[in-house]
Design a protein around this ligand. Structure first.
Ligand code: IMP
Ligand code: MG
Length: 178
């Protein structure tokens, strides 16, 4: 496994700056409301932690743990391994995702959460990879649009590794195999 990545695709400085902007926008949009922020684990853990600290309105936090099956991408079957512990009925909710690729995970999650009748439901994704979208799902807050490359770091993994990289890098899968 290659342990050293070259130039980051998105540096720590760029991440910090953009996340401050997102926090500011969300704080403005929700200035008269409390907001429930739902982090989708594991991928969103780093982004979520930085994002909520950039928000200056009262926030209630919760997490969902999901696993999406690579082999079942076409069906979009996502398994919820650990569900919310808060009631979202009547609440203003923002789902926080690491990356939206095909869009299947997010559309599954949105459907599931909407059945609980929140007052509103928006999505904040650190990364948007539109080239691979197979299902149209609106994303109200996007950090960065990324090219059709497999990216790791800052929460995103390849086979559960690289989540701790402090920036986003493109994974060289050939290098990985060595
Ligand atoms: P989707 O259902 O195809 O939109 O993908 C959902 C999940 O796949 C994301 O939440 C990520 O966990 C994972 N994923 C998709 N693309 C990447 C990538 O480039 N790097 C790491 N994880 C990814
Ligand atoms: Mg993942």
């Amino acid at each position: 496994m290659s342990r050293i990545f070259g130039k980051p695709l998105i540096s720590q400085q760029e991440l910090n700056r953009r996340i401050k902007d997102l926090g500011r926008r969300i704080s403005e949009d929700y200035q008269d409301r409390d907001v429930v922020m739902i982090g989708v684990l594991k991928g969103a853990f780093a982004f979520f932690a930085d994002l909520v600290r950039a928000i200056h309105v009262p926030v209630e936090l919760d997490f969902l743990v999901v696993s999406s099956y690579q082999s079942a991408k076409s069906t979009g079957r996502v398994k919820v391994i650990s569900d919310l512990t808060v009631e979202i009925k009547g609440q203003d909710v923002i789902v926080v995702e690491d990356i939206v690729d095909s869009g299947l995970t997010l559309s599954f999650l949105k459907k599931k959460l909407l059945m609980r009748h929140p007052n509103s439901l928006r999505v904040c994704a650190l990364l948007d990879k539109p080239a691979r979208r197979t299902i149209n799902v609106p994303i109200e807050y996007v950090g960065f649009t990324v090219p059709d490359k497999y990216v790791v770091g800052y929460g995103l993994d390849y086979q559960n590794r690289y989540r701790n990289l402090p920036y986003i890098a493109v994974l060289d899968k050939e290098g990985e195999q060595e």
